[in-house]
Design a protein around this ligand. Structure first.
Ligand code: NAD
Length: 346
């Protein structure tokens, strides 16, 4: 069997990439890179990876790799993705695709020039439930989707106060670019990725700014963001994301879509990362609630899906083009918030 040689850069979330590839019989994780030497050696030992580099650039020049995962802080997604592409690799890049749409465009241009692929790890698509919902929506159960609301709120869930997530120059933004990006992609994917035209956005940070001040931590991004997106097909989607808000739930994820024939909701329950989903419809004058019930079709990990598509020459989901469209919407929400008025999506 043909097998693909893989390298993984950034070993926080990157360890899940290693596990995902190691679950595929035709993927071999031969090298890893992280600037943190201890993490590099711990993860290298745990997953039994032979080659370890503190410099990703050195890994790319020393190893003959087919696929590279980029799972570093957001600031490095663009330079490392482009470096990997120029070293002859296809890239699975973590979300958000980049710091902004301009960077995402440069990544796509590099991939096109080199004839390589970019996939974005929109991991919330890769669940049995999300795939089952997508199949229903694609089969037309909702009719035309004209409104949606997709949210991820946390009561107090700032990732590592003082670390890179809260520093704009390293992250590109706060919970909108970190959490909102997942719920936004899920809603857009179910809706068939309509073209965004207008956006009205607001950002706030009353809670985190106080927490950061109290602990003398650097924090210059929002702790809550909201965006209202208008698409060229007439549909409207609302996205909300927070790391700190005065809500009951410690973790609240919910995506609702309203269609002409039915509506759907997917949400987490018990404040965990477990989800339930329902579809609401009317038949012969009666209203029905359909609950999605296990077992469902098993789904591959994002890593296994990417490897399969590369080996079979089939298109992959969560494309760089979709990643770019998400970045264009996020940019517009931040711009609208800064300008205090609705803006056109570029
Ligand atoms: N898809 C998901 O569900 C999901 C979940 C968590 C994080 N993420 C994404 O994964 C990325 C990493 O987040 P994280 O939570 O793992 O952060 P993290 O801080 O835990 O890990 C990042 C790692 O990258 C290393 N690193 C930093 N700069 C580097 C460089 N230039 N070269 C090589 N290594 C470098 C760090 O030493 C660290 O080990 C982010 O883009 C984040 O948005 C995605």
């Amino acid at each position: 069997m043909e097998s693909l040689k893989v390298g993984v850069i950034g070993l926080g979330m990157g360890r899940h990439h290693i596990a995902g590839y190691q679950g595929h019989p035709a993927a071999q994780v031969v090298a890893i890179a992280d600037v943190d030497e201890k993490r590099l050696s711990d993860i290298g030992d745990k997953y039994n990876i032979p080659k370890r580099y503190t410099s990703p650039e050195e890994m790319l020049s020393e190893e003959k790799l087919d696929v590279v995962s980029v799972a570093t802080p957001n600031k490095f997604h663009m330079p490392l993705t482009i470096a990997a592409i120029q070293a002859g690799c296809h890239v699975l890049c973590e979300k958000p695709m980049a710091m902004n749409a301009g960077e995402a465009r440069q990544m796509l241009a590099a991939a096109e020039k080199a004839g390589k692929r970019i996939m974005i790890n929109f991991s919330y698509r890769f669940t049995e439930q999300s795939m089952a919902l997508k199949a229903q929506v694609d089969a037309g159960i909702l009719g035309e989707v004209y409104f949606g609301r997709t949210v991820w709120h946390r009561r107090r869930g700032l990732p590592g106060l003082g670390g890179w997530f809260g520093q704009k120059e390293l992250s590109g933004g706060g919970p909108l670019i970190d959490l909102g990006v997942h719920r936004l992609d899920l809603a857009l994917w179910l809706m068939g990725y309509p073209r965004p035209v207008w956006v009205l956005g607001s950002t706030y940070n009353p809670i985190s700014s106080e927490l950061a001040k109290a602990s003398n931590a650097k924090f210059d991004v929002e702790d809550l963001a909201v965006g209202l997106i208008k698409f060229d097909n007439g549909a409207t989607l609302e996205v909300e994301a927070s790391w700190a808000a005065n809500v009951k739930e410690s973790e609240l994820m919910e995506t609702r879509l309203y269609g002409t024939k039915a509506g759907l909701v997917q949400r987490n329950y018990d404040e965990t990362y477990k989800f339930e989903a329902e579809i609401y419809l009317e038949k012969a004058g009666a209203h029905f609630d359909m609950k999605l019930h296990p077992p469902m079709q098993p789904v591959p990990t994002a890593m296994a899906h990417f490897i399969d598509c590369l080996l079979n020459g089939t298109p992959h989901t969560a494309t760089g083009e979709e990643g770019l469209l998400v970045m264009e919407i996020l940019d517009a929400i931040y711009r609208s918030a800064a300008e205090g008025k609705p803006v056109k999506v570029r």
